[in-house]
Design a protein around this ligand. Structure first.
Ligand SMILES: NC(=O)c1ccc[n+]([C@@H]2O[C@H](COP(=O)([O-])OP(=O)(O)OC[C@H]3O[C@@H](n4cnc5c(N)ncnc54)[C@H](O)[C@@H]3O)[C@@H](O)[C@H]2O)c1
Length: 359
């Protein structure tokens, strides 16, 4: 902890998502951005110049710094596990960008490492904190929807070929690129957050618009949830100019739809006094990354980061998105890859996940 009593943060990775973390830390009371580390000194300099923190070359240098309480793991997806296990073994709390890791095995190793070190481990799946999602979650918990019938995610986005070619890992399956694990993961996670675990999936993956990369840019999947509901995930980065994500929940007694960050439908058989206020939730004018990778603001990240600081100060028992709660979302995403590869429906959990990232 820094001598001023603030919670100290260190960023591992100074790429696209780093400024979202840096801005969030700077804007959060009782938090201090101590240092950023990256293999690429030019990227480190860009962040240190903008945010006035110190620059480092490696995770080891962050771990040696006693002022740093929390490491934010902002490296490509295939590197999440090693950095997290090492940082927790050094006694640091860790916030890992989504997806938690490339496999359930890796995720379990991260969870076990944090448990044995007695440190907090949170995942940055910041869409969960959107107000319409929290309202849906509450209505589901209170039984207002009645029997849940359907839960769908429609992510019709656009990413250019330049985006995929801008860094080697963005076009590498083994590094965790591809629309399912990289972009749609947020919305697969929202469905899992709202409905609970998946029971079975069937998926098709195609490349509609990015022939230069060997990845799926489009996912069409059918999900059976363990609670008996069903749903679809339609996700693409091929659909110019990119439109706001829709999350749709239907129960026997009501329907709710979030579009981008706005609640666009909130209709129940038993209209209640607070319903009109719920219909106004969401800021509307804020970008949600539909057309470009950095086309969103850091407000949701800030909630995740400030709550991690509360955990470090002992004011909260666990991060807002504990790693274990993201595991079931990864299970669904991995099942989609397995199903697309075999052309068959897949019962969850996937049993031979090692086969999934083979080229
Ligand atoms: N939550 C969100 O909405 C969101 C949005 C974008 C990206 N992400 C996630 O953030 C993570 C990073 O994505 P990005 O778009 O910023 O990638 P990026 O390629 O722009 O940045 C990653 C950085 O990590 C650095 N790096 C790689 N290995 C390293 C190592 N061993 N030590 C130090 N630095 C190392 C690279 O040099 C690079 O600068 C990914 O997990 C991605 O899924 C999340």
């Amino acid at each position: 902890m820094p001598t001023n009593g603030k919670v100290g943060f260190g960023l591992l990775g100074a790429g696209l998502i780093a400024p979202f973390h840096a801005n969030s830390i700077k804007a959060s009371d009782g938090c201090e951005l101590i240092a950023v580390a990256d293999l690429d000194p030019a990227r480190v300099k860009k962040v240190t110049d903008k945010f006035g923190c110190e620059g480092r070359r490696s995770l080891d240098e962050l771990l040696d710094d006693g002022r740093i309480d929390v490491i934010c793991v902002l490296t490509p997806n295939h590197l999440h596990r090693d950095a997290t296990v090492k940082a927790t073994a050094a006694g640091k709390h860790v916030l890992v960008e989504k997806p938690p890791a490339m496999s359930l095995k890796e995720t379990d190793e991260m969870i076990a490492a944090a448990r044995s070190a007695g440190t907090h481990l949170g995942i940055v799946l910041q869409c969960r904190v959107r107000k319409p999602i929290l309202a849906m979650k509450e209505a589901i918990a209170s039984g207002r929807f009645g029997r849940l019938l359907s839960a769908d995610a429609y992510m019709k986005w656009f990413r250019s070929t330049e985006y995929y070619l801008s860094d080697a890992w963005r076009s590498s399956r083994r590094s965790g690129a591809g629309v399912t694990i990289q972009h749609a993961f947020h919305y697969i996670d929202l469905l899992q957050f709202l409905m609970g675990p998946g029971a079975a999936v069937q998926a098709r993956m195609t490349n509609l618009m990015h022939p230069q990369v060997n990845l799926e840019d489009t996912l069409n999947a059918f999900v059976n949830f363990a609670n008996g509901a069903q749903g679809v995930v339609v996700a693409s980065t091929a659909l110019w100019p990119g439109t706001d994500v829709r999350i749709e929940i239907n129960g026997e007694n009501g329907t709710a739809i979030m579009t981008g960050e706005r609640m666009t439908t909130w209709k129940f058989r038993d209209e209640q006094p607070g319903d009109e206020a719920v219909r106004q939730l969401g800021r509307g004018s804020v970008g949600t990354a539909a057309g470009g990778p950095a086309d969103f603001d850091f407000a949701d990240h800030q909630v995740v980061i400030s709550q991690m600081a509360r955990c470090v100060r002992g004011e909260q028992s666990e991060p807002i998105i504990p790693a274990a709660s993201a595991r079931a979302s990864l299970e669904i995403a991995l099942g989609m890859y397995k199903s697309a590869a075999t052309g068959q429906p897949v019962r969850l959990p996937v049993t031979d996940e090692e086969s999934i990232w083979k080229d």
